[in-house]
Ligand binder design. Structure first.
Ligand SMILES: Cc1cc2nc3c(=O)[nH]c(=O)nc-3n(C[C@H](O)[C@H](O)[C@H](O)COP(=O)(O)O)c2cc1C
Length: 169
């Protein structure tokens, strides 16, 4: 799949087949994420792939409704950004981590898998952060749900360039 097709056809999937992605696929997708543009090559992103015990702990904290959402995704990856204390660098590092997350989602789609970038409150709270080992100096950026797609997803409406682009004098 060429890059433009991948960009246009990637969709957020919330329903997955039950099988987890093979570990080598997860490793390759996360390695691709590390090619994100990154000022000063600080490598600020961190990926934590959730295992069965961590999932159980998260589900306990999340409660029944949150647990059901976690159960829908066969592979879960917590993405966070290491904060170094400098406000400008932290902003740049957060942008780079978001770019890395998008690369993972785009590559996931290009390989025929499905993905979903979630930001559940669970991972902003103290208990949820502790359950996935997020230290104080890391900012939660996303919980990526990855797996095999269960259905085709149509594209939602997109804002046109008339609203988003200005050519300045
Ligand atoms: C930073 C970020 C956080 C998101 N968090 C959520 C979320 O918590 N819940 C959710 O349903 N979708 C979340 N999404 C997915 C968007 O809702 C989705 O990308 C949007 O509806 C456009 O659909 P598409 O990804 O299929 O193009 C998030 C996306 C981004 C970039």
């Amino acid at each position: 799949m060429d890059v433009e097709t991948a960009i246009r056809t990637r969709r957020t999937h919330k329903a997955f087949a039950p099988e987890a992605l093979p570990r080598e696929q997860i490793d390759e997708l996360l390695e691709l994420g590390s090619w994100a543009p990154n000022h000063n090559l600080t490598v600020p992103w961190r990926f934590r792939v959730i295992g069965p015990q961590t999932l159980e702990r998260l589900k306990e904290i999340a409660g029944p409704e949150g647990a059901a959402k976690l159960d829908r995704a066969p592979t879960l990856v917590v993405v966070s950004c290491v904060l170094n204390g400098d406000p400008v660098e932290e902003e740049e590092d957060l942008h780079a981590t978001a770019a890395a997350s998008y690369i993972v989602l785009l590559a996931t789609h290009a390989r025929g898998f499905a993905g979903y970038w979630r930001t559940p409150g669970l991972l902003r709270g103290e208990e949820g952060r502790a359950a996935v080992g997020l230290p104080e100096g890391e900012r939660f950026v996303g919980l990526l749900h990855l797996g095999y797609p269960r259905q085709e997803k149509p594209a939602p409406e997109r804002p046109g360039a008339d609203r988003t682009t200005t050519y300045l004098d």
